[in-house]
Design a protein around this ligand. Structure first.
Ligand code: F6R
Length: 247
């Protein structure tokens, strides 16, 4: 894992947005689609704001972008404020020229018995496009990536998972109270994430302990982000506070 330390989360966010913009433009020149893997949560919000600015002020077009989001709560209504479908439209998709047909977010409206099929379709859709060119990640305090909680297999694919209570607590601020946070989610698997050609993981502020574990600790399924050490092109983009516990 390479580590890029920026003075502030704003600077780090700008760097990640620039990397995405550069890839989109490179693919445009060659008449190719650009397949992005996208994350939600508080971490990427200012990065999406920068992408929207690049679209409005610097002519960055998303016409050739195909996106696959990492995860979604289950069950949840698409248009619920807390859904990741809503999040992505609010922060990015409503403000850029991406073709709605190119947007993929795990669909939490399938009945439970059909989820396996939906998850297999999701994996297939990624593969048919030649895989994810650039995967954006955040990191949970327990080291989760996507909603792959500690103990997730390195072979895991897109599937329905249980959320750890710590994760539900961390995300409770978006809901009326903890009991309203869904107990389940659909997430890309660890193996799905590892297949991306390039990975940029962002972490700001209070995440220094888990960042150090993921970058410098043993590779273990107990710290899912540590498995990224086995990826050939993964960079942690972090701010100074998040770098504090690196040796
Ligand atoms: C979100 C996701 C999660 C978050 C992680 C950190 O799509 O996959 O792994 O990246 O929970 O969340 P924040 O950014 O809210 O601290």
């Amino acid at each position: 894992i390479a580590v890029a330390i920026y003075p502030s989360s704003k600077d780090g966010s700008r760097y990640v947005a620039q990397q995405i913009a550069q890839l989109i433009r490179e693919k445009q020149k060659n008449n190719q689609l650009c397949v992005l893997g996208l994350a939600t949560g508080s971490t990427p919000i200012s990065m999406y704001a920068e992408l929207v600015r690049l679209h409005r002020e610097e002519g960055l077009s998303f016409k050739n972008v195909v996106s696959f989001n990492l995860d979604e709560y289950y069950p949840i209504e698409k248009d619920a404020f807390q859904s990741y479908w809503s999040f992505m439209h609010r922060h990015l998709f409503n403000h850029v020229d991406i073709d709605p047909a190119n947007i993929h977010i795990p669909d939490a409206n399938w009945p439970k018995e059909e989820i396996k099929k939906h998850c297999a379709f999701y994996e297939e859709a990624i593969e048919k496009l030649g895989g994810v060119d650039l995967q954006i990640l955040g990191i949970g305090n327990n080291g989760h990536i996507g909603f792959n909680e500690p103990g997730s297999s390195i072979y895991s694919k897109t599937r329905l998972v249980n959320l750890d209570n710590g994760t539900r607590l961390a995300n409770a601020y978006e809901f009326q109270n903890m009991s309203k946070v869904p107990r389940l989610a659909i997430t890309m698997g660890i193996s799905t994430i590892l297949k991306a050609k390039r990975i940029l993981l962002m972490a700001w502020g209070m995440k220094s302990a888990i960042v150090a574990k993921a970058v410098e600790g043993h590779v273990t399924e107990q710290v899912p982000a540590s498995i990224l050490q086995q990826h050939g092109d993964c960079t942690f983009v972090i701010d100074e506070p998040a770098a504090q516990e690196l040796t």
